[in-house]
Design a binder for this molecule. Structure first.
Ligand code: NAI
Length: 257
């Protein structure tokens, strides 16, 4: 039976993805801070190492799917932790489980990025140099440029870097027969969004911004897209970022794609 690892499986998009995959008859190993098959804190090196080891032990070294949802929103006060989870936690799982995916059946991975990944360019991303050199200690100083909006820089910067990291891996992963894509959601009805909307710095902007399809996505809608990307039906989709945002990106950047 097909086996997929989902991080952030206890809530929101991760929980909806886990449920969708189980509904399809697949096996799922959930990873989260609590309420999952494997409990791990992906903000720390030890937590990431432990999570990779625990997954490999549980799956016997072979995996068919990987979905990386675990993440923190821009409202979180500890901006370095946002980068630690969103970027370093995700990359550690991605690279740590690549050998297991290579042995899988029609293997594929999906990284949950964000439309925020396009709110900043790689050339303007203050995190570009530190994340690519793996310099976690350099994240704090790099974020100083954000002032009171450090959280937003940490969020958009880490999501931009994630999408770049996926695109940089297409040759190696493609040659290994493992497909790798990102999804870029706009606003999705999850606890992360509710916390952002309640935040005095970001709440009003989130509430004021209405997508051309004037509602937020349901986590299940994002899960359906992820499930498609994992399936052999998406066999030639590789290195892509699939936007699911009710038209926001097209509205804001009609000439850039
Ligand atoms: P959520 O808050 O419902 O779920 C996030 C999950 O990640 C939680 O279960 C949480 O415990 C887990 N997590 C957080 N820190 C962790 C750590 N240190 N170690 C292990 N697990 C940890 O949020 P949601 O909305 O489902 O977010 C999932 C992904 O989707 C995130 O990467 C987020 O950035 C992304 N996203 C969400 C959007 C939204 O509007 N909700 C929009 C665009 C992207």
């Amino acid at each position: 039976m097909s086996l997929t690892v989902v991080t952030g499986s206890a809530s929101g998009i991760g929980a909806a993805t886990r449920a969708a995959l189980l509904e399809e008859g697949k096996d799922v190993i959930g990873v989260d801070l609590a309420g999952a098959d494997i409990t791990a804190d992906l903000s720390t090196r030890e937590g990431r190492r432990g999570a990779v080891e625990a997954v490999l032990q549980r799956c016997g070294g072979t995996l068919d799917g990987l979905v990386l949802c675990a993440g923190l929103g821009p409202h979180v006060d500890d901006a370095e932790r946002i980068v630690a989870v969103n970027y370093f936690g995700t990359i550690a799982m991605l690279d740590g489980l690549f050998p297991a995916l290579r042995k899988g059946d029609h293997p594929a991975a999906v990284v949950v990025s964000s439309v925020s990944s396009t709110h900043i360019t790689w050339d303007d991303n203050p995190l570009a140099a530190v994340v690519e050199s793996g310099d976690e200690a350099g994240v704090g100083p790099a974020l100083e440029v954000g002032g009171e909006y450090k959280g937003q820089f940490a969020y958009a910067g880490s999501k931009n870097a994630l999408t770049v990291a996926v695109r940089r891996r297409v040759a190696e992963w493609g040659a290994a027969g493992v497909r790798l894509n990102t999804v870029a959601p706009g606003s999705v009805e999850t606890p992360l969004l509710s916390q952002g909307m309640a935040d005095p710095r970001y709440g009003q902007a989130i509430r004021d911004f209405v997508a051309p399809i004037p509602r937020h996505a349901k986590p299940e809608e994002v899960a359906t897209l992820i499930s498609y990307l994992l399936s052999p039906k998406a066999g030639f989709v590789h290195g892509s970022q699939l936007v699911i945002d009710g038209g926001v990106d097209a509205l804001l950047r009609p000439t850039r794609f």
